[in-house]
Write a protein that binds this ligand. Structure first.
Ligand code: 4AD
Ligand code: MG
Length: 468
């Protein structure tokens, strides 16, 4: 195979003959010398090719695809050990720099483009330094996720994308239907709900918000499982940390209690951070310089120190103290029973602790139906991992494994037990304590890269009002 640029850059300048393929990032014309910088996405840096006295095709400008033959020589330029002394250079395909038949030239020119502009060309933005680096880090992280769980005896489980159950009870689901929206069957008249018995599955169906419930079923069979797949939420939240389609990693472990679950989450996050610090130093340096000063130091510190653990009640106490010390500092007044707002998460992670925080034992009213009730009857064994810059990155809990307690909670919430018959079966037949959590993969990529907007850490972001 033709070597990748990352391999060429690591080779000694021993005048070996090389063939390089990639895309022109810049071209500089001197007298009879032309310097062309080629990228192939294999690493952050490009490869400089010096074309001395050889013909260079005129259309060979930014964005062009090229094939270069030459020899690997020491580079006199700063910041690179080797370059190519080109013997021949060939333009592949059309010259991208010219307007033709009203089709504009290649939109990504040498200058720096805003991230907003790049989002409008998702098919081309992978060729920029920023999105290229994000994409490499994302791929390494995904591999690290599998390695972490596989090394610990977890089985990778594929949970369904189309589902009939609402795992989070949050009610923000995308409907899956083959009914004609213009003329769905409405036997009770035009104002009635469509008759979903006529629908593809003979009942209502949705895109999954989480694979947790199915993972619980398999944890009760294989002891340790994890999912890593796409999840969907029709939340209309246009924020820098919400997507309508995102990837989630959900481990579920039999015989685990909340403290075991917290240990697993902490080990897992630290493992991901260490992997990227080790494997992607070039990309991280770039993010550190360009997007988030001190990024690498912060990640290294988080990977080393123990995460602070606070109960929700303790966290609320700290927030109330901070609010009393400086009235008006929070837009939303903290009070026991209310959910943590992002400004509260920022206070906890960036001021109080200055690092990741695990908050546990939330009031049952603000958490999902499946969480195990504590002895106080008021709080559940929930755990959220909060990190600086982002807030919540992981949400999880010990599950209610007691049949009567779960049925009681579902009745309180007005849930239809018939729709969760199989889930209740798990408590009828061989129930056991178990716990798990969900890590939003894009939030992890944001945390590691320092990217402010979640739309810049997934190749094709889907968010309310935007199908890029
Ligand atoms: O806290 P959540 O809603 O928890 C669950 O879905 C549980 N079933 C997980 C479990 O216990 N197995 O979501 C988990 C994580 C959040 O902490 C967040 O990182 C991410 O998923 N997340 C989102 N990421 C991007 N866009 C969204 N709209 C997200 N909603 C949640
Ligand atoms: Mg959550």
């Amino acid at each position: 195979m033709v070597p990748l640029i990352k391999e060429i850059l690591a080779a000694p300048p021993d005048r070996r003959e090389v063939l390089v393929r990639g895309w022109v990032r810049t071209r500089r014309d001197m007298k009879n010398l032309v310097f062309v910088e080629i990228h192939d996405g294999s690493c952050f840096n490009g490869l400089q090719c010096a074309c001395d006295g050889i013909p260079v095709p005129p259309g060979l400008t930014t964005g062009a695809s090229v094939e270069i033959r030459g020899t690997l020589v020491p580079s006199p330029a700063q910041g690179q050990a080797v370059e190519i002394a080109a013997a021949s250079i060939t333009l592949i395909g059309e010259a991208p720099g010219e307007e033709k038949n009203g089709i504009p030239p290649y939109p990504l020119q040498k200058k720096r483009h805003t991230l907003e502009f790049l989002r409008e060309t998702p098919h081309l933005r992978g060729r920029t330094n920023t999105i290229g680096a994000v994409t490499r880090v994302r791929g390494r992280l995904a591999f690290a996720v599998h390695r972490f769980f596989q090394d610990r005896g977890y089985h990778y489980l594929h949970t369904p994308v189309i589902t009939g159950s609402d795992a989070e009870g949050a009610g923000a689901m995308f409907r899956v239907t083959t009914l004609d929206p213009a003329a769905p069957a409405r036997p009770q008249g035009p104002a009635a709900k469509p008759d979903y018995r006529e629908d593809f599955f003979g009942r209502e169906s949705f895109l999954t918000v989480s694979g947790q419930l199915e993972a619980e079923a398999y944890a009760m069979a294989l002891s340790r499982v994890y999912t890593f797949g796409p999840t969907f939420r029709a939340e209309n939240s246009n924020t820098a940390r919400h997507l309508a389609e995102f990837w989630m990693i959900e481990p579920e472990t039999a015989f685990f209690h909340l403290a075991d679950n917290m240990d697993l989450a902490e080990d897992f996050l630290k493992y991901c951070l260490k992997t990227i610090l080790e494997e992607c130093p070039g990309d991280l340096d770039f993010f550190d310089q360009r997007y988030q000063k001190g990024l690498t130091g912060g990640l290294r510190a988080a990977a080393e120190a123990a995460f602070t653990r606070l109960t929700y009640t303790e966290a609320m106490g700290e927030l109330e103290k901070a609010a009393a010390a400086r009235p008006g500092r929070f837009e939303f007044a903290p009070a026991w029973g209310r959910d943590l707002q992002s400004e509260h998460e920022t206070f906890l992670t960036e001021e109080l602790v200055r690092g990741p925080v695990i908050v546990t034992d939330y009031p049952k009213e603000i958490k999902a139906f499946y969480m195990k009730l504590n002895g106080d009857g008021k709080t559940v064994r929930a755990m959220d991992v909060l990190v600086p810059r982002l807030g919540e990155i992981i949400g999880g809990s010990e599950r209610e494994e007691n049949l009567a307690a779960l049925e009681h909670r579902m009745a309180e919430l007005g849930m239809d037990p018939d729709r969760y018959g199989w889930y209740l079966d798990l408590r009828r037949y061989g129930t056991a304590p178990h716990a798990g959590f969900g890590l939003g993969f894009e939030r992890l990529v944001q945390y590691v890269t320092g990217m402010a907007n979640i739309r810049d850490v997934i190749p094709y972001p889907r968010a309310a009002g935007r199908l890029y």
